[in-house]
Design a protein. Structure first.
Length: 201
């Protein structure tokens, strides 16, 4: 009886260890990013309300690209790069308030983050405490060339609507001579992806 119980416990341990290995593969960083938001607790249910702890801030330079990554099983952060070139004054904008819930299916309600043909220099998810969500963001005052293109990463499964699955997505990244000017999030039938617009500087 004791031997059977011991074998059962060992099998359970092997099962959970294999699950952690597969998760770690999903959480591997796409590359070495130059900047990071604070690595903070993603919460027990890993709801989108915890994304308000992650500013993506390039000061007065345009954001070139970003990626959401798990630091470990309970912490996450935004990794990102800033575009080169001269700095530009920027100004604050806020998206319209959307209906908030804890799940990724409500995440699109806080978008779009749209600077038109101006570089996006800062963005951060926020909640008003009364069931509404949005993004506050900054746009540079120096316009891009207007030569722009749309980008997106692939739809990925979002298990239980938790934000940990954002880390399965590939980075949303512009070329070296471009900056992000718009960011959206699209959710459909349990899958989601980031979309954006890159414009040449």
């Amino acid at each position: 009886m004791k031997i059977s119980l011991l074998i059962f416990v060992i099998l359970i341990l092997i099962f959970f260890m294999s699950r952690n290995v597969s998760k770690t593969e999903y959480w591997t960083q796409t590359r070495n990013w130059s900047k990071h938001s604070p690595a903070t607790d993603a919460g027990y249910e890993e709801g989108i309300e915890f994304l308000d702890r992650h500013p993506v801030d390039c000061s007065r330079k345009g954001i070139k690209g970003f990626d959401v990554n798990q630091v470990d099983s309970y912490k996450q952060r935004f990794d990102y790069d800033c575009a080169g070139g001269e700095e530009s004054d920027d100004f604050w904008i806020k998206t319209n308030d959307g209906n908030e819930c804890s799940y990724l299916s409500c995440y699109p309600n806080s978008f779009p983050i749209d600077c038109g043909h101006y570089p996006l220099t800062f963005f951060q998810y926020q909640r008003n405490g009364s069931g509404k969500n949005s993004h506050k963001f900054k746009c540079g005052r120096k316009a891009t060339t207007g030569n722009c293109r749309s980008i997106s990463n692939s739809f990925t499964e979002e298990h239980k609507n938790h934000t940990e699955w954002l880390s399965k997505q590939s980075a949303l990244d512009c070329n070296n001579n471009e900056v992000l000017t718009r960011v959206d999030y699209e959710y459909s039938n349990g899958t989601g992806r980031y979309k954006g617009q890159c414009c040449k500087k």
